[in-house]
Design a protein. Structure first.
Length: 130
């Protein structure tokens, strides 16, 4: 199943500039150094709004996931997961190129990007070593 198209806005522009370069950008607190998820507007550790951007290394683990059943001919299924990145934050992303019955909590995943027609490059993950 293809990844759905997402359009940028003023708030997400820097993030999508990063994905276009093949980088998943995370929010690094300029006060305490904590690494936060991309959508965070103030550090979850110290509440500082002074955040910069830092590229993620590209690895993580499936923390939890859901299989979404889509109607169609034929019907299809896709995996949407919370991925715990090696840097600490969790992000929501699609797990691609995998049989949904073969995804397990704790699976190692690696970062990739897909650019759906009419949308921005979006981060997706693939199960590592399968």
């Amino acid at each position: 199943m293809a990844v759905l198209a997402i359009a940028r806005d003023d708030v997400s522009a820097e993030f999508f500039d990063g994905t276009a370069r093949g980088e998943l950008l995370l929010r690094k607190c300029l006060k305490c150094g904590h690494i936060n998820a991309p959508h965070i507007e103030a550090c979850i550790r110290c509440a500082s709004p002074e955040l910069g951007w830092q590229a993620a290394g590209g690895t993580g683990r499936v923390q939890t996931f859901a299989v979404v059943h889509l109607r169609g001919d034929p019907p299809s299924r896709l995996v949407v997961a919370k991925v715990g990145l090696a840097e600490g934050p969790w992000i929501d992303a699609q797990i691609v190129d995998v049989d949904p019955d073969q995804v397990h909590i704790g699976d190692e995943v690696t970062l990739d990007f897909e650019t759906p027609e009419g949308g921005e490059a979006v981060p997706v993950f693939r199960i590592a070593d399968r």
